[in-house]
Design a protein around this ligand. Sequence first.
Ligand code: GLC
Length: 437
Amino acid sequence: MYKTNLIEGAKKVLNSNFNEEKGFTIPCEGLYPFQWHWDSGFIAIGYAHYDIEKAKREVESLLSGQWENGFIPHIIFHNESDTYFPGPDYHRSDLHPSSPKTIKTTGITQPPVLGFVLKEIFDIARDKQDVLEFIRPNIDKIFKNHEHFYKYRDPHDESLVYIYHNWESGTDNSPIWDEIWKTMDPPKYKYERKDTTHVDASQRPTNREYDCYLHLLEIAKAHNYDDAKIAELSPFLVQDPLFNAILIKSNEALIELYQILGDNHEKIETLKSWQEKAKNRFEEKLYHEELGSYVYYDLRNEKQIAYCTSSTFTPLFAGIPSKERANKLVERFKQNFGSEDLFLCASFDPKSMYFNPKKYWRGPVWINLNWLIYRGLKRYGYVQLAERIKKETINYIEHHGFYEYFDARKEMFDNSAYGGKNFSWSAALTLDLLNEL
Ligand code: GLC
């Protein structure tokens, strides 16, 4: 019974956030009024369960913002809205010669989910032939996107790519970035924040953090979003485990899809060579022996940033760790994130002094990260733990609705829902969890 209600509720959220005219879905009314890159990927998976045409439109509208050089931005401004800062006039994608002429975007990206999203849509769809006809003209665009990463964002040619902005990580205000903010001295910019008009300021990033975020964009804009200049000058240059795990998973999905499509020998070989190098380097560079966990690598300051976050468990999703390392990783997961008094999975190490259970990416549980970890645990055969995270994810939604993020502490359960209310990826991924094949 509850399952039917949840499914209907999830569809309602998605349908009401869908922009019929432009064919894309906002993450959430007011707070996020445009099309966001990785949100759209998760959203398309949700649609695939009940309206495959919408899933296709979601992907196509995202790809309509792709730059000529292969880059896919983190926001596509199909529409106007004054409820969000910084908007299109701030980002100025027109500064870069490859940006689209007819549509405004940002000049930063987000975790490259589209590769694996296409494969998910294919797996879910009943009419495989029909979906293949959709994938055929679009898959090369995603290949080109990956090529762009390896060409422009991999200065040491190690098949690990960097992000140059915390918004590219998807985990905006993680304590991980605090180390970098300490190295910066941004001007105090004058602007009007909009996020704190929708959500209590105590749950959002601080003004100083916002100044750092803008400063990174100012540097990129001052050089017309030129990749080489950004690599040379940005104080923020990080190899993020979530971002790279997603890229690796998407490579894997592209290989599988090209094999199904046939006649793509060369691209498959290229993908395989990126893949092999990337996995090896990931193991060497992003693993922290003492923590028994993957971590972040700060390329600008040449050191690991060694804390555990929900992102550090996502290499399981991409099949990166050996069985032995996976065991260690799962031990760390259980010890720090899975204790009796917590629901899975806090976004930052609950045992750390920087853990903040209410503040965005500094502690709360996020549905998309839970979904990625759930899939990862299943992939490696940790069945019980996978079932636990799935159950606890659905439990949040069932009791509170499709919120953006949740307090992990069991004692706070009654008041644990935060952020945007009818949040699209929370709805889309709930649909996926409930409709598992
Ligand atoms: C926030 C999240 C980011 C998400 C965006 C839109 O910025 O940190 O991951 O993509 O909102 O939902």
